[in-house]
Structures are given as structure tokens and as C-alpha cells.
Design a protein around this ligand. Structure first.
Ligand code: ADP
Ligand code: MG
Length: 486
């Protein structure tokens, strides 16, 4: 059977959980630490022992507000918590404290860019605060599932998008933007492999032009943004094929199997009534004042979108360059720090994108641990602009040697390696005369009108000078000298 997949439109809504980078958990002082020995960060509060009481964590609330402000959400003044009751072994209390009817943020949006250059706004339904569960490990023991409760009670925010995306690529770009944002804000490390950022994808399909949504399926357990895209693409195809076969789509939760690239059924979906939500009696409602929101706004770094606009409009960089330089806050800040010391924006952009990032990638070094200070890069740029060193000497020799001896200045390195370009005319004239003397027959050809031979003589001059001849000055002198030869 041949299927016309284009008859259908996919509808996608994402739920993104982001684990907050707080020192302590959402409702008690247990430390938050990835990779600690299992079950060492668990107080009776995390475990929900009778008689214990949760308390609010101001820093966690601050982080949720930061994200809300960054996404242009409305921030709720009165926040209540609810208990969402369910029984999984990784939820030691038997319920999760969550914001059911009063999410801290509503509305807002994430703007995404697609490969074809088009832009799209994805609107948000809400961002709410809740606590994480423990972690079940099914592959550590032959007979039993093991559980680590260290993560139980860690502060999370959950961002829920409207069902407004239509392709796996849109979901991919949405998550890329969200991850960039939480990293800029410093509220989550955005690491999907370690599970500190997780995404559930809700996927349905309908005929193009249909008013009603199709039945949605929720897909879980994707450990990278790429896998979210793969899971969605698979799921869209599966649903269309099922419908074409005359099957019905059921509301269910499926899990993504990365090795096979398929989704398989996990469970049929619980309805909200199964959770028996009721107001959390042990936590007082939280009042967020305008003053608190204003304070948070003061703490906000420059966000990637604003930086992108600044880099393109103010600095005149191409969209591509601005995109690369704003991928991470650290890189953007490093670039801007170079600009404190040079006006050559284009050179600064190139140095960060090519030399610095290339070096960091090759050596798996984080930019925070990079030994060269931004002013040292600015100094190299200045040496090139002043004609003291050539661009190739700078990239091939000075940069690497400066990394080995970061306590030195670029000028000291260039001098110690004898790399300063020669624009002294006596020295240059000497090399030029030798070069011309070496190819008397080429001189005749040049005189006969083959002016492109200047390049040959220049090559020889560069060879004789070991790259130290200032090419601009030298090439003029080569021409002048040739013209004088009879
Ligand atoms: P639930 O109560 O099942 O969690 P919600 O209405 O709260 O459902 O929506 C959860 C997520 O599912 C949201 O991201 C929303 O955009 C998405 N969603 C809702 N309906 C559909 C649909 N028919 N197809 C795809 N996604 C949907
Ligand atoms: Mg859901």
C-alpha cells in the first residue's frame, strides 16, 4: 500500500522538565549533587517520614521566575502547591508536590529558527514548579530494580508548550532554544544525557485542514535532543500508517528505544482524576511580590536573542557569526570581553570562532578553563593589524606558543621566536635582490609583460625571510625593483 503521508498534519506539544541547579532540594536542605553515592542525600523530609514538614526554597523560586521572565510569561502572585498522588517505588512519599492549578508562569513563548531560515513563535501554556522523583535502575542488578533517592525532592520546573509544532525539526529547535536559555540563566545544566533536562513529546496526527486534534500519544525517555526528533518522526509515521490501516490511536504513553529508533507502549494514560490532586496542606501559599520579580530581573544576564540582535546590528556581524557566538553565554561573554580591547570586531569574531573554539573542541576544554585571557587575543589581533606579525604566523605559531606560556604577552612570544615581520627596507631589499638574481629568465618574461610573475618573486622573498617579510611592503618593493632592472 502506498501512503500519502502529506495528507496528514502532525501536531506536537512538548513538556520539558528542567532540574534546577540549586544547592539544596525544593523543600528541604538536602544537598543536590549528581553522581553522589546512592541514597546519601536523603533526610526524613525527602523520604516523607510522618511528622516532617517541607519548607520553601527561595532560590528555587527565583530560578523559576528567571525562566518565566526570560520567556515573557505572566508571573503569578499567589502560588499554591498540590499533592499529586501516585504509587511508584521511586516516589517515596507516595505523592509529588507540584503546582496543579496555579503554575508560577503562564503564557509566554519561545522563538525558534528553522533550517530553511524561517522563524516561528511557539507559545507556552505554563511553567510550574515541582519536585523530582528518585531514580529507578533496572540494569544494575540481575533480579531487582534498585532505587536511588538522592534525586527525590530536587527542584524542577516543567515547561508546557501549546500543541503548535508540526515537525520533529521544530521540536528539535524548540529544545535547543530552551536548553540555551536555561544555560544562559544558569538555572539548569541542560544535560539530557544525565537526565537533568527531560522532554516528553505529545504527538498526534490529523488530516490537513481538520479542525479537531487527533488523539495524542506521549513519548518519553529520549536522552538527547536529536533522539526527541527521531522519536517524533517515528511516531508521526507510525500513527499515519496505523490510521491508514483503519486502526484507532489510543491515548497512551510510549517509550523511545534509541537503538532501534522506535517507540513502544509503556502504559495507557492515567486521567487527572487518578492522581487525586488536593492542596498541599503542609506548605503555606507563596506570595511573589513585584519587588521580588524586579530583583530577579536585575540578576538576569543578557539573553541570547538580545545578544544576537546586538551582534548583528551593532557589531555588523553576519547572522551566521552571531548565531555561533551566542550559542553559549560563556563564548558570547568572551567575545565581548575581547571587544573591550580592540575595535576589530570581525577579527575578534573570527578568532573566537576559528582559533579559540577550534582549540577548545580539539582538546575538549571548556571555555571557562581556557588559559588565554580575552585581552591576549585582542593583542594578537593588534599585532596583525599593525603589520608586526602576519596572520598565518599568528594562527600557526604565536597562538599555540602563547597557550604554552600564557603568562607572556603575544609580543614577547613573537619576539622570542623571532617572528616579527620585517618592514625594514634594507633587510627587505637584500632578500628581494637575492630573489630576483635567482631567476634571471623570469625577469625577462616579466619585462615582456607577464606581470603575474611578481607572485613567484614574492614567494621566494617569503621563503628567504622565513615568513618574516611584511607582504604589503615587500610586494611593492619587488615591483619597484623589477621596474628598475634593465
Ligand atoms: P495532559 O493533561 O494529558 O498532560 P495537557 O492538555 O496538559 O495534557 O497537555 C500536555 C501537553 O500535550 C501539552 O504540551 C500540549 O501542547 C500537548 N497536547 C495536547 N493535546 C495534544 C494533541 N492533540 N496533540 C499533540 N499534543 C497535544
Ligand atoms: Mg502530561
Amino acid at each position: 500500500m502506498s501512503i500519502d503521508y502529506n495528507k496528514y498534519e502532525a501536531v506536537i506539544g512538548l513538556e520539558v522538565h528542567a532540574q534546577m541547579l540549586n544547592k539544596s532540594k525544593a523543600f528541604c536542605s538536602d544537598a543536590v549533587e549528581y553522581g553522589a553515592s546512592p541514597n546519601t542525600l536523603v533526610s526524613p523530609i525527602s523520604l516523607g517520614h510522618p511528622g516532617t514538614l517541607p519548607v520553601h526554597n527561595k532560590e528555587a523560586v527565583k530560578n523559576a521566575v528567571k525562566l518565566g521572565v526570560a520567556c515573557n510569561c505572566d508571573i503569578a502572585q499567589f502560588n499554591h502547591y498540590a499533592r499529586k498522588n501516585y504509587f511508584y517505588a521511586d516516589l517515596p512519599k507516595g505523592y509529588q508536590i507540584s503546582q496543579h492549578n496555579t503554575p508560577i508562569c503562564e503564557n509566554g513563548h519561545i522563538d525558534i529558527k528553522l533550517k530553511d531560515g524561517s522563524e516561528k513563535r511557539v507559545n507556552l501554556i505554563r511553567i510550574h514548579m515541582e519536585e523530582d522523583t528518585g531514580k529507578s535502575m533496572h540494569d544494575q542488578d540481575v533480579f531487582d530494580t534498585l532505587i536511588d533517592y538522592n534525586r527525590a525532592g530536587t527542584a524542577l520546573v516543567e515547561m508546557v508548550s501549546h500543541p503548535e509544532m508540526h515537525t520533529g525539526e521544530e521540536a528539535y529547535q524548540f529544545l535547543t532554544e530552551v536548553r540555551k536559555l536555561v544555560r544562559y540563566l544558569g538555572i539548569c545544566d541542560g544535560n539530557m544525557e544525565e537526565g537533568s533536562m527531560r522532554c516528553d513529546a505529545n504527538v498526534s496526527v490529523r488530516l490537513h485542514g481538520a479542525k479537531e486534534f487527533g488523539v495524542k500519544v506521549e513519548v518519553k525517555n529520549m536522552n538527547s535532543i536529536r533522539n526527541v526528533q527521531r522519536a517524533i518522526d517515528y511516531e508521526i509515521k507510525r500513527q499515519i500508517e496505523a490510521i491508514e490501516e483503519g486502526e484507532k490511536i489510543f491515548q497512551e504513553t510510549r517509550t523511545f528505544e534509541a537503538t532501534k529508533g522506535i517507540t513502544i507502549i509503556m502504559r495507557t494514560k492515567e486521567g487527572a482524576s487518578d492522581y487525586r490532586y488536593f492542596p498541599e496542606p503542609d506548605l503555606p501559599p507563596l506570595h511573589i511580590t513585584q519587588h521580588f520579580i524586579d530583583e530577579v530581573k536585575h540578576l538576569m544576564p543578557q539573553l541570547p536573542k538580545a545578544l544576537f540582535a546586538k551582534f548583528t546590528n551593532e557589531y555588523g556581524l553576519s547572522e551566521y557569526d552571531a548565531g555561533v557566538l551566542t550559542e553559549s553565554r560563556e563564548v558570547a561573554e568572551y567575545f565581548e570581553a575581547i571587544l573591550q580591547h580592540t575595535n576589530n570586531t570581525k577579527a575578534a569574531a573570527n578568532w573566537v570562532m576559528v582559533q579559540v573554539k577550534g582549540y577548545l573542541n580539539e582538546n575538549a576544554i571548556d571555555i571557562n578553563d581556557f588559559v588565554l585571557k580575552p585581552e591576549q587575543i585582542a593583542e594578537i589581533i593588534l599585532l596583525i593589524d599593525e603589520g608586526k606579525i602576519s596572520n598565518s604566523v599568528a594562527t600557526q605559531k604565536v597562538f599555540g606558543e602563547l597557550i604554552n606560556q600564557p603568562e607572556k604577552t603575544a609580543l614577547q612570544i613573537a619576539e622570542s621566536l623571532n617572528l616579527i615581520q620585517e618592514s625594514n627596507s634594507d633587510e627587505l631589499q637584500h632578500w628581494i635582490d637575492s630573489a630576483i638574481a635567482k631567476f634571471p629568465e623570469k625577469v625577462i618574461e616579466y619585462k615582456g609583460g607577464k606581470v603575474s610573475l611578481v607572485g613567484l618573486f614574492m614567494g621566494e622573498v617569503m621563503k628567504l625571510s622565513k615568513g618574516k617579510a611584511d607582504p604589503k611592503v615587500a610586494s611593492q618593493m619587488v615591483k619597484d625593483t623589477l621596474d628598475k632592472v634593465s
